[in-house]
Design a protein around this ligand. Structure first.
Ligand SMILES: NC(=O)c1ccc[n+]([C@@H]2O[C@H](COP(=O)([O-])OP(=O)(O)OC[C@H]3O[C@@H](n4cnc5c(N)ncnc54)[C@H](O)[C@@H]3O)[C@@H](O)[C@H]2O)c1
Length: 334
């Protein structure tokens, strides 16, 4: 199936990955549904799309938008660190929100429903690289809710024949990534600290690894995954197939900004932090001819250049970052 000319609904399209996906869909009629909890309308500046500010939990709005959609990319979510202090909200958006979209997508007869899941559904690696058959033992409510969302997607394929694709991206980085608040990701936070001459704060000993993929590549491959008929009913990893530790990241980022003299500050590990993630990407290679071109070091260079060009005064970014960007669990938290 080709997406060119199709009506495409992107939930979470004002967010980090979603806005890059919208950039890849300039030959489609795109509508973005986003409530701007973590997304920004500015991420869509210059994009060829209609922006609808609203919630995926708003049944009437979702039904109306689905009626006009041929294809749905579902990315709206609350993030992993947010889930630590807000487990019920994480469930409502990431699991129940997905189910509600599926109900309306099936009713409207959409041609393809691409569910953007997460490598967090695996939990820490039992073996590496992790293929799509790797056991799913998520360690956070976020991972659990994303897994529930996936299960609903598969049930809609099996029970109702909805043409679904589940994609599991590994860790993304690049322009428009979050450095701020509880959305803050490790690479942009280190980048902001480095640009401000502050040392990196590492939770744990820094040996925990992730598989980082540059966001523009993820966005391009998400489109390809939607267009691939062979992937209907399947689940596919999107990662680089390269493992990088948090300590290595810190070294690369601080070298890039010329501040390799700043030594990391180590703090106790974060709850729910997985030890190891490394994607097995053979399925994507086989069915999509998947390959990545931008490695972590090059992507870091691009991110730093982007931050320098958009923020002449990096101190503005610093005030938005927090050192501990997750809240430990409280009995009453919901
Ligand atoms: N960033 C990563 O490294 C990564 C890795 C794996 C998977 N993912 C998945 O990719 C997707 C996008 O993540 P991201 O990193 O771009 O995060 P993001 O926070 O930038 O994007 C999520 C978007 O969803 C919107 N949103 C949240 N709740 C909503 C609601 N109830 N209704 C409508 N919109 C809502 C937010 O405003 C935001 O724009 C998510 O589904 C996430 O699970 C991300």
């Amino acid at each position: 199936m080709q997406l060119q000319g199709k009506s495409v609904l992107v939930t979470g399209g004002a967010g980090f990955i979603g806005s890059h996906l919208v950039d890849q869909l300039s030959d489609c009629r795109v509508r973005v549904l986003d409530n701007l909890t973590t997304g920004k309308e500015a991420n869509l500046a210059g994009a060829n799309c209609e922006f609808v500010r609203g919630d995926i939990l708003d049944r009437t709005l979702v039904a109306e938008l689905m009626r006009d959609a041929d294809v749905v990319f579902h990315l709206a979510c609350r993030g992993v660190r947010h889930s630590i202090g807000n487990p019920v909200e994480s469930h409502l958006v990431n699991a129940e929100g997905t189910l509600r979209l599926l109900v309306e997508a099936h009713r409207a007869g959409v041609e393809r429903f691409v569910h953007v899941s997460s490598s967090e559904v695996y939990g820490t690696a039992r073996y590496a690289p992790m293929d799509e058959q790797h056991p799913t033992f998520p360690e956070t409510v976020y991972g659990a809710a994303k897994l529930a969302g996936e299960a609903y997607v598969r049930a809609y394929r099996q029970t109702y024949g909805l043409p679904t694709v589940v994609v599991r991206p590994f860790n993304n980085f690049g322009p428009r990534s979050h450095h701020e608040g509880d959305s803050g990701e490790v690479i942009p936070r280190f980048a902001v600290w480095a640009l401000n001459g502050k040392p990196p704060v590492i939770f744990g000993d820094g040996s925990q690894t992730r598989d980082f993929i540059y966001v523009e590549e993820t966005a391009a491959w998400l489109r390809r995954a939607a267009e691939c008929d062979e992937l209907v009913g399947q689940t596919v990893n999107l990662g680089s197939g390269v493992e990088t530790s948090v300590a290595e990241l810190a070294t690369m980022i601080y070298e890039e900004v010329g501040r390799a003299d700043l030594r990391p500050e180590f703090q106790p590990r974060r709850p729910g932090d997985v030890d190891r993630h490394l994607a097995h990407v053979q399925l994507a290679r086989d069915v999509l001819d998947f390959k990545t071109r931008i490695n972590v070091r090059e992507g870091i260079g691009r991110l730093i250049a982007h931050l320098r060009s958009t923020h002449a005064n990096p101190a503005e970014l610093l005030s938005e970052t927090s050192t501990i960007n997750w809240q430990p669990k409280e009995r009453s938290a919901a």
